[in-house]
Every structure is written in structure tokens, then in C-alpha cells.
Design a protein around this ligand. Sequence first.
Ligand code: MG
Length: 162
Amino acid sequence: MSFRIGMGYDIHRLVEGRPLILGGIAIPFSRGLLGHSDGDAVLHAVTDAILGGAALPDIGELFPDDDPSWEGADSGRLLGLAMEKVAEAGYRVRNVDINVLAERPKLSPFKEAIRDRVASLLRVPPVDVSIKAKTRERLDAVGRGEAIEVHCVALLMEESKS
Ligand code: MG
């Protein structure tokens, strides 16, 4: 049995006039994440982690931000396409661990919904998705509430060919 590990990272600026979407879930807040797609930094970090585990081109190469077809895109679609590429490479997801760094809003009421959504996109049970919500202790741009940053580690396992 062959395992491979991948890491993903993303950061998006919080701006007024955008909905806040994290892990595919709309979260009530006064600002949202700026981006060419829906700005979902959680799904972008997860996407890069699984692509990285399979040593495939990264999210920016697969879905360039100057390509109009991804404008305003649901990042779940991007992750779905990345999942297809990972499957073609012969791997499936074993588990992921995600750190979300946000000063505000408080994410604890939404963690279960995000976990369920990420799990369904990755076709794993929720027990194989971990989401930790942290702050930056008011340090730097994330700590001043100007951005949300996400880190993800993903373990891939070789798809059995039975
Ligand atoms: Mg991004």
C-alpha cells in the first residue's frame, strides 16, 4: 500500500461587498473573501493539498485566474475536478487536516457544516476531515482581520485496482 502526503496553503483578503464562503458553506459576516472564484480559501488549500500529494500541477496552473471560465466559480467545482485528476493518477484521499486562521468571525458554529461539506467533496466520512479554527492573536494582517489564511495537509492512498 502506497501513501503520499500533500500540503496546501491559501490566503485571501477580506473585503466588503462579498459573501463569506468557507469550505463550501456561506457564513454570515460583514465581509467576504476577495478572489477570482468565490474566494473559498479552505477549498483552495484542500485542493492544493490533494494535488500536491499526487505531484500534479497546482490550483493556479489548473484554473488560471485570468481564465474567465473560473470567474465567480464555486470552488467545490475546482475541488471536484482536482479529485478527478487525483483519481486518474491512481490515488484517493485517506484524510485531511485543516487549520483556518481567522480573527473573525468565530467559526466554531460552522465547523461541523464545513467538515461535512469537505468530507462529501473528498468522498470520505467526516471522521477523516479535521478542521481547527485558530486566530493570529491579533498579530499581522490576519490578526488585524484583513485576511483569512488556511493550511491543509492531505494523505492520499493508492487506489486498489481490484
Ligand atoms: Mg485561493
